[in-house]
Each structure stands twice: as structure tokens, then as C-alpha cells.
Design a protein around this ligand. Structure first.
Ligand code: PEP
Length: 246
């Protein structure tokens, strides 16, 4: 069975109540894109409102992070169960900005992915090497360590997002050949750990995807969609990228 592509927009710390119009445009455009799953990950403040607005549309709403535990004395944190209750269907875990600015380790990321499973959310587990790691020839080793430590055991019921840190928000991208190489490596890893079922696991590419490079980057072998930051903030750009699979 073929994997259905997923195009996911990570709004990061951007968006106010007034941004609902952008979501409406995305919902309208997604109606014409039957061949691709579309998800928007707004900041937590907009989650419940967006989820209510998107109900019954082709757009699913997700969250950008979650706590590993279901409830407790963790000021400012939000559990996967709370996200589910607010209408989320998915959650991003282990984004490189969380790993870098919040010191999240592979073990913490795995616990968050497990929390997502517990709450009935699809986790998008992010991995990716830095420029220095790539230059030193360690990109595969870094990915292996992150995959080993960040992915939960059992079923491969998550998506993986390969996001080279140096490509995020920089305008730089790997070549299609490099992407094919890294995604092939991730697919092999998934198959050896989860068996045949891992053929259904989507591997997204993320890092400076925009309308002008989407066709080239997103049609590479083992690329099952994209996680998009900057270009997801404008409905027209986001939809133009999703159109690659439409
Ligand atoms: C991201 O942060 O997940 C991302 C891919 O950002 P950008 O598209 O802006 O590079």
C-alpha cells in the first residue's frame, strides 16, 4: 500500500487570533488537494480555535510540543492529553529548536512520543544533523543515535521528519541526492527496527522548503511529504508546496 503524502506547516511562535483567515485560505485550498494530507501546527494559544474551525475540513491541526506526563505540577507545560482534548490530532516532538533552546535529549523526545501515543496523537519525531556534524562526515551516525534514542518501541505509528539543522530557516537545502541518501538510510533503520510495518511510516523532509524547490525536493525516493516552517505562514506558499502532491 502506498504511503499518502503529508504536508505539515509548523507556525512556531507566530500567529494571533487574526491569523484565522490564513487557516481559512488553507482549508479552502486543501479541498482541491485530494492526494495529500494537510496539517497545520499553530502555537498553543490558537490550537483549540483552529481545531474547531477545521473540523470537517481536509486540514488537521497539531501541536508543536507536549510534556511527557499526563498531568501534574509543571507550570507552563501542556500534556498530550490536553492537546487531544483541545482538538489536536498530532504533535511535533524533538524539533531541533526544542533540542537546542530547551536542552531536549533523545530520551526526553522518546518519552514525548510515547505520551503522544498514549493520548492518541500522531507524533512527528524530528531528527537532523548540524553543519559541523555533516562537515565532519558524521551525519549518518548522528541520525542513527537520534533514531535509536528518540523513537518509541513497539509499532512505527509515528512519522519521522528529517530536518538538517543547517537547512532550517537558512535558505540552504541538501541536494536531492543527499536527501535520497538520508531518507534511504532512515527507511533502512525503520525496517530493521520495526519490520515490514515500517513501510507505512512517513518520512518527511524539512528545511527551507518553498514553492520554487518543492517539486525537486519532495519527489525524491522515500520522501513522503514535508515539514515546513517559514513558508507555511502564507497560505498561498504553503498550498503551492502541497500542490506538488495534489
Ligand atoms: C522547521 O523549522 O521545521 C522548518 C522546516 O523551518 P523552515 O521551513 O523555515 O526552514
Amino acid at each position: 500500500m502506498a504511503r499518502s503524502p503529508l504536508v505539515a506547516g509548523n507556525w512556531k511562535m507566530n500567529g494571533l487570533l487574526a491569523s484565522a483567515g490564513e487557516l481559512q485560505k488553507i482549508m479552502a485550498g486543501a479541498e482541491k488537494l485530494a492526494g495529500v494530507d494537510v496539517m497545520v501546527f499553530p502555537p498553543a494559544t490558537l490550537l483549540a480555535g483552529f481545531a474547531a474551525a477545521a473540523r470537517g475540513s481536509r486540514v488537521a491541526i497539531g501541536a508543536q510540543d507536549c510534556h511527557a506526563l499526563a498531568a501534574g505540577a509543571f507550570t507552563g507545560d501542556i500534556s498530550a492529553e490536553m492537546l487531544k482534548d483541545a482538538g489536536a490530532q498530532a504533535v511535533i516532538v524533538g524539533h531541533s529548536e526544542r533540542r537546542h533552546y530547551h536542552g531536549e535529549t533523545d530520551v526526553m523526545v522518546r518519552d514525548k512520543a510515547l505520551a503522544a501515543r498514549r493520548a492518541g496523537l500522531m507524533a512527528i519525531v524530528c531528527i537532523g544533523e548540524t553543519q559541523a556534524e555533516r562537515d565532519a562526515g558524521h551525519a549518518r551516525a548522528v541520525l542513527r543515535t537520534q533514531l535509536d534514542g528518540s523513537l518509541p518501541d513497539g509499532t512505527a505509528d509515528f512519522a519521522v521528519a528529517y530536518e538538517p539543522v543547517w537547512a532550517i530557516g537558512s535558505g540552504l537545502t541538501p541536494t536531492p541526492r543527499d536527501i535520497a541518501d538520508m531518507h534511504g538510510f532512515i527507511r533502512q533503520f525503520l525496517s530493521s527496527r520495526y519490520g515490514e510495518a515500517a513501510q507505512q511510516t512517513r518520512i518527511l523532509y524539512g528545511g527551507s522548503v518553498k514553492p520554487s524547490n518543492a517539486a525537486e525536493l519532495l519527489t525524491v525516493d522515500n520522501v513522503d511529504g514535508a515539514l515546513i516552517g517559514g513558508a507555511s505562514l502564507k497560505a498561498e506558499e504553503f498550498l503551492a508546496i502541497a500542490q506538488v502532491y495534489g
